[in-house]
Design a protein around this ligand. Structure first.
Ligand code: SF4
Length: 527
């Protein structure tokens, strides 16, 4: 009668990290087969089983013996440290079985019992280095040609994977880890955090945090797993953290988020993504932001690849102190000055924000610093921008929540042409809301709406008053729908007032011609 093969991954080696199924499998087996060191690690779980333990490089002998015993009707536990299916015994046993013509529905029964692999146990001791795409590469070239391992290192380095190096070094193999370091330094900063974990969760456990440049100064051996961060991985004290990318959409230091849950998956809020369906017109500045984001994700190598030769990457964005807040703090200005350095620029614009161009900065880190300083960040170019008044320095604050609602919902959204929404907190409208593409004036607890101002040129004119007494609860949704109608139907580069005129109506509001008749001949700029 055919027996059973239990291929057991027992994790890092401590009793509390062995799964219950692995313990049960060891108990229910009558034969245990494994590498001598591993048999010793699980000896306290054993009862009176027959033990077959052999040395290094005798895996094939162990696999063949296991199959033979199982065919004789025995219940055989073949043990691997970590996970039996990750550089463990599972594959080899299946290969031996396949050579013998075994089929899963006949012959010996096989059960693979998963365990905690080194990449997981070591990561847990280092903090959270494997929070993004990661790969494992064994540097052992006893069975794999070194040129193939080199290729894998190159590919993983270029693709910015977090990398766990298994079998990094042994008494005979000492060059491989140095070669791996050399290859990865072509793609990663020399200060990239690296964790060296020896014998995780065993008595001789040792954890070292170092850098890619300095990692060879530390002890690395047979029992070490080397975890190399990607281009975003950073150290917080002695904790390695690889960000998942949340900071692109969320402000981790604040409870109130810029994007509401239903807005977070919209194409305009993830311009770096590959979207389905209708081709969105994505504004150049957003594309630039996306490229910066990708560069930040992909690390230096990719930044160089997408950067035109001879040009330095420049992170360009608009910043303001807030929706209603008009005063920058000295600390915010100092931070901007520091980030701009000698070659960046900070330009005061007529649109309630500073346009900053920051050459050579890390986009993720810069974004984090600016948000932490309390600044509001906006993409530049053909996007929606809210221009609110200061609500009399906050004294007339009743309308501020609605301004913030519009800011959260549509500010920064890519549109066919730049679109400004003026928002004033009282009938004085002293910040000129009626002179913007869309104007909102809060008056007696309700809103008046103006559409289609022509904001520049000699034929500039104010917006057409289209509605009075709009209930505050309706206003954010109404403005979002008006903007969406424009976004969906306008021609590329068609300004809002032109679209309103051409379409004849927006959101049911009929267009009337407000353009003044100019008798003088058109004069070019400057005359
Ligand atoms: S529009 Fe009204 S609330 Fe806003 S700053 Fe001017 S006077 Fe104050």
């Amino acid at each position: 009668m055919a027996g059973k093969l239990l291929i057991v991954g027992f994790g890092p080696g401590s009793a509390e990290h062995i799964t219950k199924r692995a313990k049960d499998a060891i108990k229910e087996s009558d034969t245990i087969i494994g590498y001598k060191t591993y048999v010793d690690l699980i000896r306290e779980l054993m009862t009176d089983q027959k033990v077959v333990s052999t040395g290094m490089s005798e895996e094939v002998t162990r696999a063949q013996a296991a199959v033979r015993y199982a065919e004789q009707g025995r219940k055989v536990a073949v043990i691997s440290s970590g996970d039996a299916g990750v550089y463990g015994m599972a594959g080899l046993i299946y290969e031996v079985l396949a050579e013998k013509g075994w089929r899963s529905n006949e012959g010996v029964e096989v059960e693979v019992i998963p365990g905690i692999s080194a990449i997981q146990s070591c990561a847990s001791l280092l903090g959270a280095p494997v929070m993004h795409d990661a790969c494992t590469i064994s540097l052992s070239d006893h069975l794999t040609p070194w040129p193939l391992i080199e290729k894998r290192l190159e590919a993983a380095g270029e693709a910015d994977f977090v990398i766990a190096l298994y079998n990094p070094k042994s008494g005979r193999r000492t060059r491989q880890i140095a070669e791996a370091q050399r290859i990865l330094l072509q793609y990663r900063d020399s200060e990239t955090p690296v964790g060296l974990v020896k014998s995780a969760y065993r008595n001789s456990e040792k954890v070292v945090i170092t850098t890619l440049e300095k990692m060879l100064e530390h002890e690395i051996g047979m029992l070490t797993t080397v975890i190399i961060g990607n281009s975003s991985t950073f150290l917080h004290g002695d904790i390695m953290i690889t960000p998942r990318g949340y900071q692109r959409k969320y402000t981790l230091g604040q409870e109130q988020q810029r994007l509401r849950p239903h807005e977070r998956l919209r194409p305009e809020n993830e311009p770096w993504a590959l979207h389905e369906g209708k081709k969105e017109k994505v504004d150049n500045s957003l594309q630039q932001l996306a490229m910066e984001a990708i560069a930040a994700i992909d690390g230096k190598k990719t930044a160089e690849r997408i950067q035109p030769p001879g040009m330095e990457m420049v992170f360009e964005l608009a910043v303001s102190p807030g929706v209603a807040e008009k005063k920058f703090t000295p600390q915010q200005l100092l931070l901007l000055a520091e980030l701009a350095g000698e070659t960046g620029t900070i330009e005061y614009t007529p649109h309630h924000h500073l346009l900053v161009k920051l050459p050579g900065v890390d986009m993720n880190e810069t974004t984090r610093l600016l948000l932490e300083a309390g600044l509001l960040l906006h993409p530049v170019g053909d996007v929606v921008q809210l221009k609110a008044c200061d609500f009399c320095d906050g004294d007339k604050k009743d309308a501020i929540p609605y301004a913030e609602g519009i800011q959260e919902r549509i500010s920064g959204m890519a549109v066919p042409k730049e679109l400004k929404i003026g928002f004033n907190g009282c009938g004085m409208a002293c910040y000129g809301a009626v002179h913007e593409d869309i104007g909102l004036v809060f008056r007696k607890g309700k809103f008046d709406l103006f559409l289609g101002a022509k904001t520049v040129g000699r034929t500039a004119h104010s917006g057409q008053p289209v509605a009075e007494g709009i209930e505050p609860d309706e206003v954010v949704d109404m403005i979002a729908k008006i903007v969406d109608e424009y976004k969906q139907n306008a021609h590329p580069n068609e300004r809002f007032y032109k679209y309103f005129k051409r379409a004849g109506e927006v959101y049911g509001f009929q267009h009337r011609d407000y353009a003044p008749v100019i008798q003088l001949e058109p004069a070019p700029c400057g005359e």
